[in-house]
Design a protein around this ligand. Structure first.
Ligand SMILES: [Zn+2]
Length: 592
């Protein structure tokens, strides 16, 4: 299955809980101690006074009001399994405040007696989107249609601008080979919703046929003087005109309109043609230069490690309609970076968004669908952050803290919950699927060595090019690359919620001629089998790195050229483990 921009781009691949790096704690996606999974909060509010969303839902008597998580799950399943093919002509006129549009469409390949139309709205602004639908020339009374409605008011325990999504069930005669329909709409633009899944279809449409694959669109557009429409793959459009394309609807879901010039840059790196778009209101020279440099560095790094060029061209859109980033069409090379802030603030507070989404060109664009794409993207993103920005150490620490706090389910359990989109709503699923899988891969790299690990990545990319893949594919690829059985390693990291919990005991130091003998025991309360990196700092500030196999416990005996003063376990953060600090016989011990 391919990722498809749908109602609210719900199956997009995004950066969920990485949080901001340079900007303190003010960003919405930074986990806090009081964060609750979405569904729990829904339950808590249902017994209190009706919210705006619930009051308005009473008008729509045939719509079943469900919680957002439930509708989200339904939409993901509909959009990942498109049953109808959609072609159409869309005309949009923007007047600087509203988009007035008309969409004439034909859907074919009907197998059911309904198709699904998703639409969005604001509970406190009934005129945000005004929609009229007719099928085969007969206008539909939308308030009579069956379907589902859900309000969205928070994510990870943080309040967001309230919005709602509706999925209408539109009855059709499935004995016909195709059905014609017309949707006319008037949409307030821009709406500035807080999260990407609050938009249905696209910020410039507000609706989409949920269970369809759009193949063939003609777009006629008209913009006021001084405005630009950015469509990735089609460029920057002004005035009025007409364009067409088989995948134009997918591109349109990633588009935006803004007043003023669009800052754009084109270059080639590792054989990939890159085009970057930014609204001029968000342009700051220093932030732009650092961002362009990071794009070049990240693509170069990923190409070197993977040995794969996933696309010929990529379009990176800093889209001011979104605050979060995602890669809705990675096989088309399209990447959306939430561009609500100016480019300098984006670079400083969320430098991880860009390298994360770029990694999806490989993991989602080159290989097919898998929940593990998020972990691979987080792995590559973290490498880029470590190598090309000053925030590597802080970033790893934050991820490891999240895993200790939220890692309450195993990777295997989280994997199953991604089928219903829970990684975009539930903090535990999200932390495990993004950040714990990242650490799982870092540990695998340390176990196998850099060269064998790269070979395994390359093997996986080629084995699963254009195909969905599973954990078995990952394990087989790394087993093939290393020639080793990795059952034990996958089992202990994938099926357990435990983390290694190391302690140093029985530490003895003795002088030995000009040097010192150091002996100690490492014990892991959770009994993992792992090669453990250990750094010993000497009195003169120098250090030595050792690699010790710990199978529940290990005794270490070292001859050192100077007096040891500090032992750091896992200094480069190759594994997610319980962090602690202590002193043993005057030696500082830090488990990092
Ligand atoms: Zn992602």
């Amino acid at each position: 299955m391919k990722t498809k921009a749908v109602v609210a781009l719900l199956v997009a691949l995004l950066v969920v809980v990485s949080g901001c790096i340079g900007g303190g704690t003010q960003e919405k996606s930074t986990p806090s101690a009081t964060s609750q999974p979405h569904e729990q909060s829904e339950t808590q509010t249902t017994s209190s006074a009706p919210t705006n969303t619930q009051r308005e839902a009473q008008d729509q008597t045939n719509l079943k009001t469900v919680n957002f998580s439930e509708l989200f799950s339904k939409v993901i399943q509909l959009s990942l399994n498109p049953t109808v093919i959609e072609k159409g002509n869309l005309t949009i006129e923007y007047d600087g405040k509203r988009i007035h549009g008309r969409y004439d469409f034909v859907i074919s390949n009907l197998s059911e007696s309904v198709f699904y139309l998703g639409a969005m709205g604001l509970p406190d602004d009934p005129t945000a989107l005004i929609l009229n639908v007719s099928i085969e020339g007969t206008p539909l009374n939308l308030s009579r249609l069956k379907g589902y409605r859900a309000g969205s008011e928070e994510v990870y325990g943080t309040r967001i601008k309230p919005s709602y999504l509706i999925v209408y069930e539109i009855p059709v005669d499935s004995s016909k080979s195709s059905i014609k329909g017309t949707i006319t709409y008037s949409l307030k633009y821009p709406l500035f919703l807080d999260d990407f899944w609050q938009y249905a279809g696209s910020p410039i449409m507000g609706f989409s046929i949920t269970n369809s694959k759009s193949f063939g669109l003609n777009l006629t557009y008209s913009l006021p003087e001084g405005y630009s429409l950015v469509i990735p793959g089609y460029g920057v459009l002004t005035g009025s005109g007409r364009i067409s394309g088989d995948r134009l609807m997918d591109s349109l879901h990633c588009s935006f309109i803004r007043r003023g010039e669009i800052v754009s840059e084109k270059f080639s790196v590792s054989g990939i043609n890159v085009t970057v778009y930014l609204a001029s209101s968000q342009y700051v020279p220093e932030g732009w230069n650092k961002t362009i440099a990071l794009i070049k560095q990240a693509i170069g790094l990923y190409y070197n490690i993977t040995g794969v060029r996933p696309v010929n061209s990529t379009y990176i859109v800093f889209n001011p309609d979104f605050s979060r980033s995602f890669a809705p069409e990675p096989e088309m090379g399209i990447i959306i970076i939430g561009g609500r802030s100016n480019i300098r603030i984006l670079y400083e507070r969320k430098p991880n968004s860009l390298p994360h989404e770029l990694a999806h060109l490989w993991f989602a664009g080159y290989v097919g669908e898998s929940p593990f794409n998020e972990g691979f993207a987080t792995y590559f993103e973290t490498l880029a952050i470590q190598r090309f920005t000053p925030w590597g150490k802080l970033y790893l620490k934050r991820q490891e803290d999240n895993i200790e706090k939220y890692g309450t389910i195993s990777i295997n359990e989280a994997y199953k919950l991604t089928e219903t989109g829970q990684h975009a709503l539930n903090m535990s699923v999200s932390v495990v699927i993004y950040q714990k899988v990242n650490f799982f891969l870092r540990s695998l790299q340390y176990l196998l060595g850099d060269e064998t690990f790269s070979k395994g990545i390359h093997t996986l990319l080629e084995r699963c090019h254009g195909k969905e893949y599973t954990l078995t594919d990952i394990q087989k690829s790394f087993e093939k690359a290393s020639g080793k059985d990795l059952d034990w390693f996958f089992d202990e990291w994938i099926n357990s919620i435990a983390l290694p919990d190391y302690k140093v005991t029985q530490l003895k130091i003795s002088e030995n001629g000009g040097g010192y003998n150091l002996t100690f025991t490492i014990t892991d309360a959770n009994n993992f089998t792992m090669p453990v990196p250990i750094r010993i700092y000497l009195e003169n500030g120098e250090y030595l790195d050792e690699r010790i196999w710990v199978n529940g416990t290990a005794t270490v005996s070292l001859e050192l050229p100077g007096k040891p003063v500090k032992i750091v376990i896992d200094p480069e953060e190759v594994m997610a483990n319980v962090n602690r600090e202590s002193r043993v016989n005057d030696v500082a011990v830090k488990v990092d």
